[in-house]
Write a protein that binds this ligand. Structure first.
Ligand code: ARG
Length: 588
């Protein structure tokens, strides 16, 4: 395995060398290289440099050009405008670089230089509650980040911080004690749907009783105390709720084609043993103070509407611990026991204030510092077509499973319709329909910047035109089908050939894959990978229209070189989509 420097980085390095050769007084100035429409690249770093050295930018640029000179790699370098450099690389350099990528199973993508350990907190639904579209976002974005970080060489520890603790369990358990057979199933394996529907039923029934019956309310409160003090019978029943919910969670994750491992599910309850100590440390170090009986952390810049400071409450006045104490304990665990250098939280933007306060508290306590940092990858709200938070017509939260099923149904129809020559079997149609439908949902989520709200629009998601996963999947399948038609012609790189503009554009884009991945891994922005892949498919479409591969048959070398471009495009698409958690069927 060998990492292959991109042409951009090679050119950047040559420019930097030429800059310091031509102008020793410039030191290590950045040539600021960008892709450009005029030429392949444009460097505009000389402008700032000239200002600094009080020189004429065009003259400085000319000096740099002289110091570089064209060769087998650089076809042309010219001064333009006020002192930009326009740089064109040779066709041979493009093909050679791509050939080096093709020879590597990682497509020449380097590992990150400063890889560490990231603990990522994602896919965290709540026990005894239906999953909603927010949980979908966390799971899909989180899974993509896991794949992307691991591919970059980062050690990744996954944590599913499920909501499995809290006062509501007093009510649920008490109800179950009084109605012991409510969670029983009649033999056989329990489906996720069945598990959730019995949990729902139980939840509603106990809620009704809790709200109407004061005695039940009191018994439920006592039950919370029993749960917190570790009473065995109570804990066993609590475990029943957790297990039943997991059946449901796994069925949804499975449908979403996400691998969630049981050992990575460490819910809120997993930190119970640490809560007291966490509070003690915070109080002893003066990070938290007593205020009206509660243990609180205050911040200068966090105030309520009345102008009074809003504290982070780590221990309530009644002695109970909440969400904050758990998250602070989880930080200690992740940093001190799991050895994290980065903590990444894929959580709804509406929890941003919570995390801001939790992170700041952890910094004051010294658990987070210059070496260990925490980031919330905050995502926006999923909206309905009407632009309002996604709800059913009756105003209820939409069940995730229903959405997934509908997406699969629509995608299956698209696959069936596209298969005009009736080449696919029913089983293949169902299979592809699932991959296309789930891919559509994931891609829609991953292709807009996570922070933004997005509209959940199935019609758009499974559309064959535009920025959708189906478009990318078809591009991939089409490339694969070309190999079936190519007869005995094989992909082979031919650096001696002159390239058509569409071939150059495609080649230069493929060459950027590693850089894009590096950026996506460090900025936690998977949408940039989606955008890259969409552009790759678009450039391929242009190439396909302008540069015949099979018919009309071009000269042998040209055909081989084009097949080579097809092959590396397909591999890049496949790898990129896999990192987003999306399947690319070979045939569609
Ligand atoms: N269970 C929470 C919810 O459904 C998300 C948990 C986020 N992670 C955390 N460490 N607080 O909103």
């Amino acid at each position: 395995m060998a990492s292959v420097p991109s042409l951009a980085s090679t050119v950047q390095q040559r420019l930097a060398d030429a800059l310091s050769a031509a102008l020793p007084e410039a030191g290590s100035a950045d040539p600021l290289l960008r892709r450009s429409d005029r030429a392949d690249f444009q460097a505009n770093g000389i402008l700032a440099l000239a200002k600094k050295l009080k020189g004429n930018p065009r003259e400085l640029a000319a000096k740099v050009v002289e110091a570089i000179g064209a060769d087998g790699e650089l076809k042309e370098i010219e001064v333009s405008g006020p002192g930009f450099l326009n740089i064109t690389v040779t066709d041979a350099a493009i093909v050679r670089t791509l050939a080096a990528r093709a020879a590597d199973e990682r497509l020449g993508v380097p590992y990150a230089e400063n890889a560490g350990t990231t603990v990522i907190d994602y896919a965290q639904p709540n026990v005894a509650k239906e999953m909603h579209v927010g949980h979908l976002r966390s799971a899909v974005i989180g899974d993509a980040m896991v794949q992307i970080l691991e591919f970059a060489g980062e050690k990744v520890v996954r944590r599913h911080h499920i909501g499995d603790w809290g006062t509501q369990f007093g009510m649920l358990i008490q109800y179950l004690i009084e109605h012991p057979h409510e969670l029983d199933h009649q033999g056989g394996e329990v489906s996720g749907e069945e598990a959730m529907s019995s949990l729902n039923r139980l939840y509603k029934a106990s809620r009704t009783l809790f709200d109407s019956d004061e005695d039940f309310k009191a018994r439920s409160r006592d039950r919370v105390v029993a749960l917190q003090s570790g009473d065995e019978e109570t804990l066993a029943l609590w475990q029943k709720f957790v297990d039943e919910s997991k059946i449901y969670f796994y069925s949804v994750f499975n449908k979403l084609d996400l691998e969630i491992r049981d050992e990575d599910v460490v819910g809120e309850s997993g930190y119970n043993d640490m809560l007291e100590e966490t509070c003690r440390i915070l109080e002893e170090t003066g990070v938290a103070v007593r205020s009206e009986g509660a243990l609180c952390v205050f911040f200068d810049d966090v105030k309520g509407p009345d102008g009074n400071p809003t504290p982070l409450i780590v221990k309530k006045s009644n002695g109970g611990y909440g969400y904050a104490a758990t998250d602070l304990s989880a930080i200690r665990d992740r940093v001190q026991d799991l050895g994290a250098s980065s903590l990444l939280y894929v959580v709804d933007a509406r929890q941003s204030l919570h995390f801001k306060m939790v992170f700041e508290t952890a910094r004051r306590a010294g658990w987070l510092n210059d070496k260990v940092h925490a980031v919330q990858l905050a995502f926006g709200t999923v909206l309905g077509k009407d632009g309002k938070p996604f709800k059913t017509r009756e105003g209820e939260t939409v069940r995730l499973v229903d959405l997934l099923d509908e997406a699969i149904e629509r995608a299956t129809a698209v696959v069936r319709e596209k298969d005009v020559q009736k080449q696919l079997t029913e089983e293949e149609i169902a299979d592809r329909g699932t991959q296309v439908g789930i891919g559509a949902i994931k891609y829609a989520d991953l292709s807009t910047s996570a922070a933004r709200d997005y509209k959940f629009d199935l019609d758009q998601m499974v559309s064959l035109n535009g920025d959708t996963s189906v478009y990318l999947q078809y591009a991939y399948a089409r490339i694969r089908s070309i190999f079936g038609k190519a007869g005995d012609r094989r992909p082979a790189a031919h650096p001696e050939l002159e390239l058509a503009p569409a071939e150059r554009a495609l080649g230069l884009h493929i060459d950027q894959f590693g850089e894009v991945l590096g950026e996506v891994a460090s900025s936690y922005e998977p949408h940039k990978l989606a955008a890259y892949l969409y552009q790759l498919a678009s450039l391929y479409t242009t190439f396909y229209a302008e540069c015949p591969v099979v018919k009309p048959a071009p000269p042998l070398e040209v055909a081989e070189n084009r097949l080579f471009l097809c092959d590396i495009t397909a591999r890049t698409l496949h790898q990129g989509m896999a990192l987003l958690g999306i399947r690319t069927p070979e045939r569609l």
